[in-house]
Design a protein around this ligand. Structure first.
Ligand code: NAD
Length: 266
């Protein structure tokens, strides 16, 4: 199976690090022009854009806080100015502000919901408007547009000490499926990826040293994930190879969502 995203334009939020950066690289390698959104760190985003261009691809870095409506509108405007269209949105930005619920501040609750859920809504809404304005373009892709939400195994698995994060990802699941139900007839495909434990900045403490050994007990496939594991799933979901996949969550988790604690009779 050969995947080409030639002539397609992809916007990846939170792409200055981790899974977003890996997804941007993967999409560029498949031929897409890539908009690398960053919130506060221009240097790695600009460096990634330069790397993609040095390898013969097209990329720009654009600042935007995905939880702010005005920023998101400007991000999409910058995308159109640079590349003239949009085919793929990877709504990837996310963060954690962990605390036991009894100690959780309203500020930390709101911050996580604002970025992880409202940010995904704002970006999806702008993408849907752009896809509708463009209409179908079968020479470029069978779908009029593709949205990939970055969720988490914690849309399914409860997570003590992280209620804000788990609630935000549970929200992403129903946001994604509701949008998918709404726009399927327009040939806009909407799906989520639910990573398990992938070694990035968001979970460095849990994926290194002794903590990594404990983490491996939760992963039947017995390895911690790498950015490229998720990037490969992003590229496939963005391509016509997955054209009949709509409204679903692809778990990229080495089996973490199989409840491995029940393996030996619970
Ligand atoms: P990361 O911390 O490297 O990446 C998160 C990105 O989001 C960063 O680039 C950050 O700048 C960006 N961001 C944060 N607030 C933002 C805002 N207001 N506006 C725009 N961008 C903002 O961590 P990651 O692991 O690459 O996480 C990426 C996504 O994957 C997140 O949604 C996360 O919840 C999800 N995820 C990660 C894992 C994992 O194991 N790494 C597992 C499940 C889900």
């Amino acid at each position: 199976m050969h995947i080409s995203l030639d002539k397609q334009v992809a916007l990846v939020t939170g792409a200055s690090s981790g899974l977003g950066a890996a997804a941007a690289r993967g999409l560029a390698e498949a031929g897409a022009a890539v908009v690398i959104n960053y919130n506060s760190q221009p240097e790695p985003a600009e460096a990634l854009a330069e790397e993609i261009k040095a390898n013969g691809g097209q990329a720009i870095a654009v600042a935007a806080d995905v939880s702010k409506e005005e920023d998101v509108l400007q991000l999409f405007e910058a995308t159109l100015q640079a590349f003239g269209r949009l085919d793929i949105l990877v709504a990837n930005s996310g963060l954690q502000r962990d605390a036991a619920t009894v100690d959780m501040t309203l500020a930390d609750w709101n911050k996580v919901l604002d970025v992880n859920l409202t940010g995904q809504f704002l970006c999806a809404r702008s993408a849907l408007r752009q896809f509708a304005a463009q209409g179908p373009c079968p020479d470029i892709s069978r779908a009029t547009g593709k949205i990939i939400h970055m969720s988490s195994v914690h849309q399914l698995i409860p997570w003590a000490g992280h209620a804000n994060y788990a609630a935000s990802k549970g929200g992403v699941d129903l946001l994604m499926r509701s949008i998918a139900q709404e726009v399927g007839e327009q040939k806009i495909r909407v799906n989520s990826i639910a990573p398990g434990a992938i070694a990035t900045a968001i979970n460095r403490k849990a994926t290194e040293g002794d903590a990594a050994q404990a983490l491996l007990k939760l992963i039947p496939y017995a390895r911690i994930g790498e950015g490229v594991d998720v990037a490969n799933a992003v590229v496939w979901l963005a391509s016509d190879a997955s054209d009949y996949v709509h409204g679903t969550t692809l778990f990229v988790d080495g089996g973490m969502s199989l409840y491995p604690g029940f393996k030996d009779n619970g």
